[in-house]
Design a protein around this ligand. Structure first.
Ligand SMILES: Nc1ncnc2c1ncn2[C@@H]1O[C@H](COP(=O)(O)OP(=O)(O)OP(=O)(O)O)[C@@H](O)[C@H]1O
Ligand SMILES: [Mg+2]
Length: 489
């Protein structure tokens, strides 16, 4: 009906309003790192109350700690582990556990005659509580909402990304053993294990943050932990407009694309804001639609009432039981979805997603790693070919063209800012070549004195995109015409 595909029932979409559930705080098991406790209960077995729930007590800043401080802390920590009964501590709620630790630490400080100010003592206590009850030195970083990523490269180098810029912090772990223990503590919460025999592991923190661990012998300088912090308040398209990631009229074009059920691929580099943008786009899905999301680690927060969230599963220790993205996407088709959302397309599931897009699941979306819309096309082709389909390239390209309506390109620019740099539509093939046209693109026009890039979103003069008929079917052609008019001015 709209050139490429036929369309099912018309639905006049508008952003859904209901609020999504927040992950409830849960129990964090304790595993003190070095040194090994004496003849007491094994720390791994200790169920301990959540440190997340005690977040207000966690320092928000990354203080400077001297070597002396770490030495004193280590002495006191060792004495504490020798004194404390971890099994008993496990029975207490976090507040009482903290109080218990506080009393013992104060006692140790006076017995050992350690000289320190009240403030230093408070810091020390907080650090020790974090070590015993939570994620140790990571706690202050986890408590901050302005951090996008935490990157731990071995015990002594912890980087964070704030406002698009990566910076080294003063946070340190006692040693690689403590770091590995914390990694283990994190992944064991989702029933996984990381050690020398299986040194790679994906997991999630209880608050939803995405975690990857790669340990020795694969990582040479100690365990490497990467956390994509879960943003409690997900960004919306309005936020992206406020940040200048997209112009107001560009955002209106995106809204029309979302509401008139175009099939969308969001392309971009690592950490460029693809998932965030996908989440923004899903706000324009109508509340009545049945949406199924497939992700490796659930990050999306759809606000609609009728959403089914699916997550892949890695193989177990015997190498069995793996459920791939492809399995999920295939299964989706038997679940009567109206739209399918794939967190990240990276393999043979590309074929199944395209098929779904082409067979009555209009408005499906996914993200993909690529540096330009054109590269996104070639990546899709490569994924389909690698999936073992012996299809002629012409057929694959026709399939892509028949399925994907729009590619949105996200980029993290060199000044750390994240921008939507292209809204491109896929319009057809000419011979064997896929033809695309940009509707909006971001042009860098200079740099201010602080090094921030200046630029603007400009139209390319297209006033009647290929999804025009689709927009008019959904009564959105006036909105589209007006938005494109302004974009092209
Ligand atoms: N337009 C934006 N402006 C400012 N911050 C943004 C913007 N888009 C995303 N972010 C932030 O950048 C971080 C990375 O975003 P996101 O997870 O969406 O990236 P991604 O491209 O999906 O990354 P990955 O490739 O690792 O999956 C998040 O903390 C997010 O809140
Ligand atoms: Mg992502």
């Amino acid at each position: 009906m709209f050139g490429k595909r036929s369309v099912s029932e018309p639905v006049f979409g508008k952003p859904a309003k209901s609020s999504g559930p927040d992950a409830p705080p849960r129990v964090v098991p304790e595993m003190p790192a070095a040194p090994a406790p004496t003849a007491k209960a094994p720390p791994q077995a200790v169920p301990m109350a959540p440190v997340r729930s005690a977040a207000p007590q966690v320092a928000r800043v990354t203080e400077n700690r001297s070597d002396d401080y770490y030495q004193i802390k280590s002495t006191i920590f060792n004495a504490l582990i020798d004194t404390i009964d971890l099994a008993q501590l496990a029975q207490l709620d976090p507040e009482s556990a903290r109080e218990e630790i506080r009393d013992i630490v104060n006692e140790i400080i006076s017995i050992k005659a350690v000289v320190m100010s009240i403030a230093e003592q408070e810091h020390l206590l907080q650090d020790i509580c974090n070590d015993v009850l939570g994620y140790g030195p990571l706690e202050p970083l986890l408590a901050r909402d302005d951090i996008a990523d935490i990157m731990v490269n071995g015990a002594n180098r912890v980087f964070i990304e704030v406002a698009g810029k990566v910076q080294l912090t003063n946070i340190r772990f006692r040693d690689n053993a403590q770091l590995m223990n914390i990694c283990q503590r994190i992944v064991s919460q989702v029933g996984r294990r990381v050690d020398e025999s299986s040194p790679i592991c994906d997991a999630r923190l209880l608050d939803g943050s995405r975690v990857n661990v790669i340990g020795p012998p694969l990582s040479l300088d100690g365990p490497t932990l990467t956390i994509r912090k879960f943003k409690k308040d997900k960004l919306t398209l309005e936020d992206l407009v406020k940040f200048g990631s997209i112009s107001p009229d560009g955002a209106r074009v995106l809204q029309v694309i979302g509401r008139c059920r175009c099939n969308v691929l969001i392309s971009g580099g690592t950490g460029s804001g693809k998932t965030t943008l996908l989440n923004c786009m899903t706000a324009y899905i109508d509340a009545e639609e049945r949406v199924i999301t497939c992700e490796d680690a659930a990050e999306l927060q759809l606000q609609q009432p009728h959403v089914v969230r699916l997550e892949t599963r890695p193989p177990n220790l015997e190498g069995q039981g793996q459920i791939t993205m492809r399995d999920l996407v295939k299964n989706c088709l038997r679940m009567r979805p109206e739209r399918i959302i794939v967190g990240e397309v990276r393999g043979p599931e590309a074929f199944d997603l395209l098929q779904a897009m082409n067979t009555g699941h209009d408005g499906s979306m996914g993200t993909l790693h690529a540096n330009s819309p054109r590269e996104a096309m070639s990546r899709l082709e490569a994924m389909i070919t690698m999936g073992g389909y012996a299809l002629p390239m012409k057929t694959i390209r026709e399939m892509i063209v028949g399925s994907i309506d729009v590619i949105i390109q996200a980029e993290r620019l060199r000044d750390g800012s994240r921008r939507i740099t292209k809204i491109t539509e896929v319009i057809g093939t000419e011979g064997e070549v896929v033809i695309t046209q940009d509707l909006v693109s971001y042009e860098v026009i200079g740099e201010d004195e602080t090094g921030r890039l200046k630029g603007k979103h400009v139209g390319t003069g297209i006033v009647r995109p290929a999804f025009w008929e689709r927009a008019s079917y959904y009564n959105l052609e006036k909105e589209l015409a007006d938005a494109l008019d302004k974009v092209n001015q």
